[in-house]
Design a protein around this ligand. Sequence first.
Ligand SMILES: Nc1nc2c(ncn2[C@@H]2O[C@H](COP(=O)(O)OP(=O)(O)OP(=O)(O)O)[C@@H](O)[C@H]2O)c(=O)[nH]1
Length: 425
Amino acid sequence: MTDQALLDEVLGLRTILENVGAYIYTKDLDGRYTYVNSLVCQLFGRTLAEIVGQTDEAFFDLHLSDELRRNDRFVLESGQTITREEHNVVRETGDTRIYWTVKTPVRNAQGVIVGMCGISTDITERKALERALAEQKQLLDTVLNNADANIYMKSLDRRFLYVNSQCASLLARPVEEITGKRDIELLPAEVADHFWEMDRKAFETHARQAGEESYTAPDGRTLHYWSIKVPLDHLGYPDRLIGFSSEITELYQLKEELRRQANTDALTSTSSRRHFIEQALHQVEQARRYQQPLSLLALDLDHFKRVNDRYGHAGGDAVLVAVAGFFRRTVRTADLIGRLGGEEFAILLPNTDAAAAYALAGRLCSGLSELDITLPGPQLHHQKTSIGVATLGEHDTGFEALLARADRALYAAKHAGRNRVRRAD
Ligand SMILES: Nc1nc2c(ncn2[C@@H]2O[C@H](COP(=O)(O)OP(=O)(O)OP(=O)(O)O)[C@@H](O)[C@H]2O)c(=O)[nH]1
């Protein structure tokens, strides 16, 4: 190698040492600096000439932290290279800095240790950031694991990427066994597919979805959830979503019970007037769309006032219950029985033409008159009813019109002497 080439190489190496972004230094066996790069000069606030020949005593507060001296001694005595974190207190500023340090012995041609060389990277800020991140993660974990909801992150390929502890206990496995697994590996296929429905919608629309979900647990209990699924597009993860599912089973059951109560007549367990009309409007629509016959019976019990007079109001109630039971046993399950008023009932007959409806009305009328109703006493009562029959026709503007025709037929049955059936025009 020529002198020029050698010089070029040395200059090249020096450029690297000066620009590497780490503290680089060599020391002799007594711990005196023999070389430092310019970053070390900046740290100590001295020139190279002022530093060379000095020990660390001049630049670091070794009473506060002597990790540096212990590490140097270890390298020089053991001849081993060490790679570790080092905490040093800089005399010039009083700051404690954390370094990621590599220290290695320097040997002469005979292999005898004559000093050491070190490269230290300041990781103080990185460590502070790591600590802040760890604290934030701890805080987040505390929130997530104590929130009264199943919280999870799922991917587009149906994998659980995160679950909180409540979600893990629902899936009856430890968190580590859940993360990375697909929903169909953890849940029965139909349950996984049910949950996936809302997930898929969130991924497809790239928008937050909210709604009810249900899950039948292995012990047979059906649990209901209010779920919110938030796609993470805004965080740069279009293939992930976060889900929050809060159990609302009690609320759901309460709501169902309220709905049932609103739809049912408390005394006779037939449909309430409101629910009957709601269903009837729907049936009229269906019948028109599919061109199927639809008939309606309007029933009014005969001389019911006398029943109350004879047996008292409670006796009248017992008769109403017995009559409703008879109607239920006599009609098909697809037919809908409603109590429209005191002793007025209506029966909606889907897919039933005028002839079949008339025949059924006849069976109801005669069957009821023959029914033995035993009242406390015991007293035997026979209840009779008048019935009007109407079948949905082209001229009916809607259910109201059909009901009005059935009512007119009922009135005609009453007028003709009761305990009979009359057809609408
Ligand atoms: N026990 C009982 N009676 C009721 C109930 N709702 C209505 N009623 C009674 O039913 C009777 C209906 O009487 P009306 O409308 O005069 O008719 P009716 O005596 O049945 O005579 P017709 O309908 O003409 O055959 C009244 O006495 C009401 O008090 C109820 O929920 N329970």
